[in-house]
Ligand binder design. Structure first.
Ligand code: S1T
Ligand code: MG
Length: 542
């Protein structure tokens, strides 16, 4: 076995299902190894941000490892924003980068694609990954790969693996299995006891779930825990879509003053809020109606559990949930139910289309034909996604980078075989929408809904006077055929409903529906969010 095969075998054994990549001369050898080894399929797209977003979405959707490969310098450094997003949102993404070989490094010349020092790239990735290894010795490579992949999965964060191009075919031993975890059973038991005591003695216990329960593949266990305890559950903004496939007693998504008042009251009124895998970010908690006292909460995230004024360090989330399941007894009467589909019944008339009409049309479509996974970009489309009945959703809700939607939809279909629905604004589509041109090579056929308001609309909501947020009309639907898909441009609710049904019926080619949004129309959720943020940042009254 050679070093590339050992690496690929280790990735496959730990749940990777594919490699998304764009080649370059420093990584040609590795790509040839990937292609000939036949261990993981290689999927290439057009621009490095897209291959990283696709790998990110594959990891999120399958709760497994995502893998992205690029050449040294111009390729790998083009991944930085997308890898940073994966780091911020706790996605287990493996970054493989080609690099110069030993002899080149000794040449004393500045090499092409080199930015400063030869290890500057690894230094840049040190800030956006939880581990970095350089496989420059086949004797040490197996242990380094094992270490990096174990950290990637245990921390649920990206790791960086640099492979000098003269190493890819070097004979190499197999990568050893993960070192056995050594949990502190006494600490886990003490933590479980304290959590259950707090929940049982509370008058309004509540569970709140965040992205880590998907990353660690424990949604079903958490749903079972909620039912066993009889305690209701809410998800965070970033956790929208979690528990969608379970019968957990789900109240809805917490959005503070921008969300359902009943959910807000339940969260902000709880005297024992157990947060499982929640990122304490402004997007999750920035629009609080009333300040949540975190010292009254139990916060299990990032491998520790904080409550009151003390912390249980090194308590893996799954170990906590397993411990709670083993000891839990009913303390409430919450029964398994799903929040009602918030919006449905699109009015099929000739009125212009608002974002909430799009949510209704999608809810109606999924009521007729079943759920579809959704990949959403950033913009009002993401707020609109909150009005779509509980279905799996991947979106960078916290790091909030644009350009994610279309590549993420491609990543979902490439990795799972399921047909996704993509929600994307016109501004974000300008960034990475053209990746749809790669669908025909692979037979992917996402349904893509472009919210075309000819502007960076979300920013207009914050700065209505600004002229710089206005964009021209690109007529995206006209470009679809040239890219190998079908496109329709709709101006009315009736046309939207008809176009969506036609798109669903057509398979084998991507379907792009360009929805011309009524001027100035925004989703109700974005409206409330902007008002909430404005109040939050309003100068204190003198
Ligand atoms: N660049 C990137 C890569 N990500 C961003 N989030 C931004 C810039 C800032 C930004 C937003 S929302 C937004 C921008 C430019 C406008 C999005 O426009 P569009 O896709 O058309 O959607 P909509 O019209 O629905 O807003 C966030 C707040 O940072
Ligand atoms: Mg827009």
């Amino acid at each position: 076995m050679n070093l590339s095969q050992a690496l690929l075998r280790a990735l496959a054994d730990r749940g990777a299902r594919e490699v998304f990549g764009i080649p370059g001369d420093f990584v040609l050898g590795l790509f040839r190894q990937i292609e000939t080894a036949g261990i993981l399929p290689l999927i290439t797209l057009s621009h490095e941000p897209a291959i990283a977003f696709a790998a990110d979405a594959a990891a999120r959707y399958r709760a497994g490892l995502g893998v992205v490969a690029a050449t040294y310098g111009a390729g790998a450094l083009n991944l930085v924003n997308a890898v940073a997003s994966a780091y911020a949102e706790k996605v287990p993404l493996v970054v493989l980068s080609g690099a110069p070989g030993r002899h080149e490094r000794r040449s004393g010349l500045m090499l092409h694609h080199q930015v400063k020092h030869l290890d500057s790239q690894a230094a840049i990735f040190r800030e956006i990954t939880c581990d970095q290894v350089v496989l420059d010795d086949p004797d040490t490579a197996p242990a380094l790969i094992a270490r990096a992949l174990q950290r990637c999965r245990s921390a649920s964060r990206p790791v960086y693996i640099e492979i000098p191009r003269d190493m890819v075919d070097q004979a190499c031993g197999a990568v050893p299995p993960d070192a056995p975890a050594t949990p502190d059973h006494a600490a886990i038991a003490a933590c479980v006891d304290e959590v259950l005591t707090r929940l049982a003695s509370a008058s309004a216990p509540l569970l709140m779930v965040g992205v880590e329960i998907r990353r660690y593949g424990i949604e079903a266990k958490v749903a079972r825990l909620a039912r066993l305890l009889g305690v209701p559950v809410v998800s965070t903004f970033m956790g929208q879509g979690l528990l969608a496939e379970t019968d957990a007693p789900l109240l809805g998504t917490y959005l503070g003053r921008a969300g359902d008042p009943a959910v807000t009251a339940a969260v902000e009124g709880s005297d024992a809020l157990l947060m499982l895998g929640v990122i304490l970010s402004d997007t999750n908690f920035g629009a609080q109606q009333q300040e949540i006292n975190l010292h009254k909460c139990m916060v299990a995230t990032d491998g520790q559990v904080a409550m009151g004024y003390h912390v249980y360090p090194q308590i893996a989330l799954e170990a906590l949930v397993d411990g709670l399941l083993a000891q839990a007894t009913p303390i409430g009467e919450a029964t398994a139910h799903q929040p009602a589909a918030p919006l449905s019944g699109l009015v099929q008339d000739d009125s212009p289309v608002s974002p909430s009409d799009i949510a209704r049309a999608i809810n109606d479509l999924m009521a007729r034909h079943g759920r579809m996974p959704i990949a959403s970009d950033v913009g009002d489309c993401l707020f609109t996604a909150l009005d779509i009945a509980n279905t799996a959703l991947v979106a960078p809700g916290y790091y909030a980078t644009m350009g994610y939607g279309v590549p993420a939809g491609i990543g979902i279909q490439a990795s799972s075989g399921e047909r996704p629905l993509v929600l994307v604004g016109d501004g974000a589509f300008q960034m990475t929408g053209w990746e749809l041109g790669n669908c025909q090579r692979y037979g992917y056929d996402p349904i893509v809904i472009v919210f075309n308001n000819c502007s960076w609309g979300m920013l207009r909501a914050f700065e209505p006077q600004a002229g710089f947020n206005r964009l021209s009309d690109w007529h995206f639907a006209d470009a679809a055929r040239a890219l190998g898909g079908d496109g329709e441009r709709v101006h009315t609710r009736r046309a939207l409903g008809d176009a969506l049904e036609r798109a669903w019926q057509r398979r084998g080619r991507f379907q792009l529906i360009e929805v011309m949004i009524a001027d100035g129309a925004v989703s109700a959720t974005l409206d409330r969010f902007v008002a909430g943020v404005r109040r939050l940042h309003a100068p204190a009254c003198a």
